[in-house]
Design a protein around this ligand. Structure first.
Ligand code: NAP
Length: 200
């Protein structure tokens, strides 16, 4: 496989914003496949309640089922301990041997990348795509990353995606309040959330 993108996130729940970002990156960077990797225990979310990995994996599988270019990996869910991205990227290199590897995630998360494990090594192993929501202040990202050497900085690419106005936090809030979520995520995901009474 020559060009691969990893879509990393908690996906609690996965929604159309995530799917659009993944497809846009696949298109922009000529990726052969996009590998969705739900985080088991995001390192920055110790103590924060999130849905079980089993549910997040199930809805991620339902969401990508209709796209042949999308795959789901249980790499982080199967690995004990916190889900450090550098470990995941190393494992993907070993498993798939891609010529080029991208790691896609939200720009809000990338803002904190300087605190991530082995950030310099991480940025030499893959290129980051930082998906920005409408209204995101890109100057803030530049300021946070100012200590990175130029050759690492060029490996962080911001990508503006309008539909990313959809957010998992808002979807969970809507479910709690009994508001509709129908056009925010794929129908099988909506049904799964309802059947398993998630986010109530
Ligand atoms: P988060 O804090 O839940 O999300 C931060 C922001 O990014 C939210 O606005 C979120 O929106 C958005 N987002 C998350 N994943 C996205 C994606 N794939 N595409 C577009 N937007 C996305 O972040 P998270 O989901 O827990 O973590 C993101 C990734 O970074 C995971 O793979 C995690 O393991 C990794 N991470 C690694 C380290 C480390 O190695 N030390 C530390 C932190 C995070 P939604 O809520 O709508 O998704």
């Amino acid at each position: 496989m020559s060009t691969l993108a990893i879509m990393g996130g908690t996906f609690d729940p996965i929604h159309y914003g995530h799917l659009l970002v993944a497809d846009q990156v696949r298109h922009n960077f000529n990726c052969d496949k996009v590998l969705f990797i739900p985080a088991a225990r995001p390192p920055h979310k110790e103590g924060v309640p999130i849905s079980s990995a089993r549910h997040r994996l199930a809805i991620t599988r339902l969401a990508v089922a209709s796209n042949d270019a999308f795959m789901v990996s249980t790499l982080e869910i199967d690995r004990p301990g916190p889900s450090y991205t550098v470990d995941t990227v190393k494992a993907v290199h070993q498993l798939y041997r891609p010529e080029k590897l991208y790691f896609i995630t939200g720009a809000d998360g990338v803002l904190e990348i300087m605190t991530w494990k082995d950030v310099n090594q991480l940025l030499s192993l893959c290129c980051f795509v930082a998906a920005t929501r409408p209204g995101f202040d890109i100057g803030n990202l530049k300021e946070k990353l100012k200590d990175l050497p130029e050759e690492k900085l060029k490996n962080i690419i911001p990508l503006s995606v309008p539909a990313l106005d959809i957010s998992s936090t808002d979807i969970r809030r809507r479910v709690r309040k009994g508001e509709p979520i129908k056009y925010l995520l794929p129908e099988p995901v909506e049904k799964y959330i309802k059947n398993h009474r998630l986010y109530l």
